[in-house]
Design a protein around this ligand. Structure first.
Ligand code: 4NP
Length: 154
């Protein structure tokens, strides 16, 4: 099983959106038995909470299931449990590195999208623009699946 963890600050806007979008994509590629997906926040501010209503609204709009999304905090153990830790911005990258290190590959989602000029996924908690975040996360997830397929011969 290839294990993927998406990480942002609060785990209520960007990373649960990425978790749901990537799970949907993996399912459409018939890879649900091979790839498992989770998300976490570097902060503990929203532990146990459902996603932000803006994230739920955008998932509903694009008919993507919100099932199983519940905020939790990132821990140093995650660097041993997961194969890929996919963060949303440079602050998340710094925070994850500060929390620990381990065998997991830590990468920023938009770093793998060569054509993207933006390298940080904007935080809709502050911008209010969940559509922009959805589009960038979707692009990143497409490339991430190709990368995982290649690296694991799936
Ligand atoms: P996220 O957005 O990291 O994409 O989940 C945020 C959610 C909540 C807060 C900040 C960012 N907050 O300050 O509570």
């Amino acid at each position: 099983m290839v294990k993927v963890l998406f990480v942002c600050l609060g785990n209520i806007c960007r990373s649960p959106m990425a978790e749901a979008i990537f799970r949907d994509l993996v399912k459409k590629n018939q890879l649900s038995e091979k790839i498992s997906i989770d998300s976490a926040g570097t902060s503990g501010w929203h532990i146990g909470n459902p996603p932000h209503k803006g994230t739920l609204k955008i998932l509903k709009k694009y008919k993507i299931s919100e099932q199983g999304l519940k905020a939790r905090q990132f821990t140093a153990d995650d660097l041993y449990t997961f194969d890929y830790i996919v963060v949303m911005d440079d602050k998340n990258l710094d925070d994850v590195k500060r929390i620990g290190e381990g065998p997991a590959k830590v990468l920023r989602l938009l770093d793998i999208v060569e054509a993207s000029e933006r390298k940080n996924v904007p935080d809709p908690y502050h911008t209010g623009d969940f559509e922009e975040t959805y589009e960038l996360v979707t692009k990143g997830c497409d490339v991430l699946l190709q990368l995982i397929k290649e690296e694991h011969q799936l």
